[in-house]
Design a protein around this ligand. Structure first.
Ligand code: CP3
Length: 342
């Protein structure tokens, strides 16, 4: 039944009558039904209880006419099984209580069997797929990229310039390499396990890659991403997408990753991305999440521009350039979907 999925058709290069649409962070705090569940359960409890994670994954699908679901989890919880002490602190975001500061901290990280460490997410995927497949809705799996995960491990959670992360990678290249190796092994195994559990596509989230120069990206991020993508490709035919922000100027380098799709942010014009990345690459993005909070008038204006650009450039999936913000009116999400489906 997933054969009729508009999103999977676009990925395969087939023509569709309309654009596919889903939203990064489409499950979450902007939805009253999510906030209701959060009153009773901690973030990590929601993620690690398969029935609850599945319920949250399906909330936006029950409410909106979306073309994909994304499994409810976080990029950081898979680190817990590696020995990282982590929690999501109310109003502050993620906190890491045993940050990586030295070579021996890296040595202490283990690479667990993902079936043990994140088996709950694999189980949640199974529950979701059972409910979504009859509805013709594919499920997206994901993992964080090694660079972005490293930044959380080194900065202890919040950060802006990633000064400590850069200092670590410049001053301890060997420890950096070991850290990237361990993370890459875990991430590839995790993505493959998600594919085996039933997801139709996987996306690698590299939210903070935009702080890297071209040379830095080539040396400290690219080789590990390439190895993850190659390993996942070898194990499964499902499409692989790469998301980052602030990386418009290094798109030619990002093309070298060998992903099937690239998710861009609002600072990168869609026609520009198409010109740089060529006709085969699936493009996804790139509405500014701040626009999604504005009046329907200004929202509609920006959405229509994007629909026109996306239709023209082809192989395009409508999405945001970053995740939905907590104070976004759900009606605005509904309106965007309506415009695209007109
Ligand atoms: O997209 C989805 O609906 C699937 C679930 C998902 C979450 N996080 C749930 C979440 C996904 C794909 C992520 C990815 C993620 N997590 C990224 C990469 C994408 C991006 O937004 O840049 C990053 C950097 C994180 C790390 C993270 N998790 C931060 C910085 C925060 C705090 C800020 C925030 O938005 O709350 C989280 C917490 C988090 N992850 C929440 C959710 C729904 C909020 C938790 C709560 O209910 O309090």
């Amino acid at each position: 039944m997933l054969n009729d999925s508009v999103l999977l058709k676009v990925v395969k290069g087939e023509r569709t009558a309309r654009l596919p649409v889903w939203f990064m962070r489409q499950a979450g705090r902007y939805l009253p039904e999510y906030r209701e569940l959060r009153k009773r359960h901690r973030m990590l409890e929601l993620i690690s209880t398969p029935e609850l994670a599945a319920k949250v994954t399906l909330q936006p699908i029950d409410r909106f006419d979306l073309d994909a679901a994304i499994i409810f989890a976080d990029i950081l919880n898979p680190l817990i099984g590696m020995g990282v002490k982590l929690d999501f602190v109310e109003g502050e975001g993620p906190k890491i209580f045993n940050p990586i500061a030295s070579e021996s901290d890296v040595d202490r990280l283990s690479v667990p069997d993902v079936k043990d460490s994140v088996g709950y997410t694999l189980e949640a995927i199974g529950i979701c797929v059972k409910s979504l497949t009859p509805r013709g809705v594919p499920l997206i799996g994901f993992a964080g990229a090694p660079f972005t995960l490293s930044s959380y491990l080194i900065e202890q959670g919040g950060h802006s310039t990633l000064a400590a992360t850069k200092h670590f990678m410049f001053s301890r290249p060997e420890a950096w390499h070991n850290l990237q190796q361990k993370l890459s092994t875990m991430i590839a195994n995790y993505l493959i396990a998600q594919a085996e559990a039933g997801v139709s596509l996987v996306q690698i989230f590299d939210s903070w890659a935009g702080v890297l120069s071209e040379e830095q990206y080539r040396e400290f991020a690219l080789p590990y991403l390439q190895s993850i993508i190659a390993k996942v490709r070898e194990a499964t035919p499902i499409p692989i997408f790469y998301f980052s922000t602030g990386t418009g100027a290094i798109l030619p380098l990002i093309k070298e990753l060998g992903s099937d799709g690239i998710s861009i942010d609002w600072r990168v014009p869609l026609p520009f991305a198409r010109a740089v990345l060529g006709d085969n690459m699936v493009l996804q993005g790139n509405l500014d999440p701040l626009v999604l909070r504005e009046s329907l008038d200004s929202l509609e204006r920006y959405v229509r521009v994007l629909v026109e650009q996306g239709t023209k450039c082809g192989k395009y999936i409508f999405n945001l350039g970053h995740g939905i913000l907590p104070d976004t009116p759900p009606e605005n999400v509904a309106r965007v979907i309506e415009i695209i489906r007109e």
